[in-house]
Structure formats: structure tokens, C-alpha cells
Design a protein around this ligand. Structure first.
Ligand code: SF4
Ligand code: SF4
Length: 192
């Protein structure tokens, strides 16, 4: 996990207020820094900052570091931290809010692989109305992780032979109507 000290002049003093204004963000102010969230989080070792550190950084005004962190993107939404937080902070929801904020402010770190995965996932579902694992693997892995992709070919073949993975993308009956719903939802989200 990274360690960094910010000069006072580098801090965004209103960042805590900005986060507190987000959905479910207000309770961030009640964080006790007990570390229960970091201790129970199953994916904390994969994060650049553990959840407790993220809350400390929000309070310290470390806006850029928080919004470029991979931590919210690694969150698997297991809700373990939310259930155990003694301050009843809805940590999982705040992780979602931080992801939305990173996208909105154009601060998603270019190396954030999970974001790319989400983008490909939503592109495919928006276009076809259904997920297609073959297409997802091609888009997500072919360019960036070609060696890893080759090592998974035998598994992919077995999945195709047993019908678990479809080669041709399946589309919902009226994909155009579905796309209109997605466009409407995207426009509504952009207005928030
Ligand atoms: S468990 Fe809750 S109170 Fe404790 S550090 Fe995490 S967010 Fe803060
Ligand atoms: S909800 Fe996210 S942050 Fe909380 S314990 Fe699960 S993976 Fe970790």
C-alpha cells in the first residue's frame, strides 16, 4: 500500500464536504478510524489503499489520490465492511459513489483494469441486451493481456463445448428498444 504525505497547500480542503454531499456520503464524518473495514475486507491486499486509509485520506483532503485510487474499483461489493462498521457507515455505497465521482471528474487512473472491464461489459450489454463472455474476453484480454488469454484457451474451449459460453452474441428480441432505455438512463445519470 502506498504512503504519501501532502503539503497543506496541496490539500483540497472542501473534499470532505464534497464526499459528504454524495449519496450515503454524510456518515463519512463519523469514521472512527478503527480499521475494522480494512481488517475484514477480503480484497484489501489488492487495493493501493485499504478502506480505512481511504476515509482518512478523504478527511485529509487528498482528492486526487482518492479519486485516482484503484481501491473503489477493486471493491467486490461483498458488504462485509458495511455490516461490521461500528459507525454504521455504508462503505460499499461510498465505494460506488467514489467510482462515479472518479468517472465524472475524469480521474480514473489509466492503469485501472477493472474500469476497462466494466466499460467492455456495459458496451456489450448496451448493444446486445445480453452479456457475451466470448466477446468480453476478446475485448478485455486480447490487446492488453494476450499471454494470459492464450493460457485460458483450453478453459474457453471446454466452456464452448459444454454450451456455457456462446460464440455468437445473443441479442434480446427488441435490441433497439433496449438501447433507447439505456440511452435514456445514461442521459438521466449525466444530469445528476
Ligand atoms: S470500520 Fe467504519 S469507523 Fe472503522 S475505519 Fe472503517 S469506515 Fe471508519
Ligand atoms: S464491500 Fe468492498 S470495501 Fe467492503 S469489505 Fe467488501 S470488498 Fe472490501
Amino acid at each position: 500500500m502506498k504512503k504519501k504525505t501532502l503539503l497543506e497547500s496541496e490539500q483540497h480542503r472542501n473534499f470532505l464536504e464534497e464526499i459528504a454531499a454524495l449519496p450515503e456520503g454524510e456518515r463519512v464524518l463519523s469514521c472512527l478510524q478503527c480499521g475494522t473495514c480494512s481488517g475484514t475486507c477480503p480484497v484489501a491486499p489488492l487495493m493501493d489503499y485499504a478502506p480505512r486509509q481511504i476515509f482518512a485520506m478523504i478527511r485529509a483532503g487528498m482528492k486526487k489520490e482518492v479519486l485516482t485510487s484503484v481501491t473503489p474499483w477493486m471493491c467486490s461489493s461483498c458488504y462485509e465492511c458495511t455490516v461490521k462498521c461500528p459507525a454504521q457507515i455504508k462503505i460499499t455505497e461510498i465505494m460506488y459513489a467514489l467510482k462515479r465521482e472518479s468517472i465524472k471528474q475524469g480521474l480514473v487512473s489509466p492503469g485501472t483494469d477493472v474500469y476497462r472491464f466494466y466499460q467492455h461489459f456495459t458496451d456489450i450489454v448496451s448493444k446486445h441486451g445480453r452479456m457475451n463472455e466470448m466477446l468480453l474476453m476478446m475485448k478485455y484480454m486480447a490487446l492488453r493481456h494476450p499471454v494470459a488469454m492464450m493460457s485460458r484457451v483450453p478453459v474457453g474451449l471446454r466452456m464452448m463445448m459444454t454450451g456455457v459460453m456462446q460464440v455468437q452474441p445473443h441479442r434480446v428480441k427488441n435490441a433497439e428498444s433496449f438501447q433507447k432505455i439505456v440511452e435514456k438512463a445514461t442521459a438521466l445519470e449525466a444530469r445528476q
